[in-house]
Design a protein around this ligand. Sequence first.
Ligand code: SF4
Ligand code: SF4
Length: 183
Amino acid sequence: MSSTIDFDFRNKLLKMHGALSLSYCYQCGTCSGGCPVAKETNGKYNPRRIIEKSLLGMKDKLIKDPVLWQCTLCDTCDEACPQNVELTEIFGVLKNLAVLEGFVPDAYKAQSMTVFDFGVAVPYSDPLVRRRKELGLEQKLDENIVIPVQELQTLMEVTGMKEIVEKFKADKAAAAPPEKPSG
Ligand code: SF4
Ligand code: SF4
């Protein structure tokens, strides 16, 4: 299958904060060799290839592919790269561009909505209380933890994240099946 090389995309990427080091890559493959996710996925996830596609400006193959989101940000590749390419910074830039164009895995959408509403990725809930009880852990956790949700929401508003989360929420509501009439 042919793919379109988008030089505008490549040049835009190179000018973005954190992505300049992309141009230092000489495709040695050291990053992929040490990447734990590449190992776990038998090479389906491949940081060298993501950098290569970025250098070639293969926008669609980058931002529409959910594989982009498999990086754990462990930084092993950054530390190993002989050219000091800031891979994780570049992957962050790519993911931000993917979000702006609406290509976000559902799990990340769900987590961003939870963080916006509760200030944490895993809210304090009845099943959590039950599990802590089973393990003999402290019960009144919610009284000991103060999460500044409003401050977080203000920060998310300033950075534009609130608008994105609201879009996720609207999409979710639109996709939900209609409620059955009662009675
Ligand atoms: S280790 Fe660095 S130079 Fe080598 S392929 Fe990966 S990003 Fe490129
Ligand atoms: S930061 Fe991501 S790409 Fe780099 S080694 Fe870790 S999982 Fe692999």
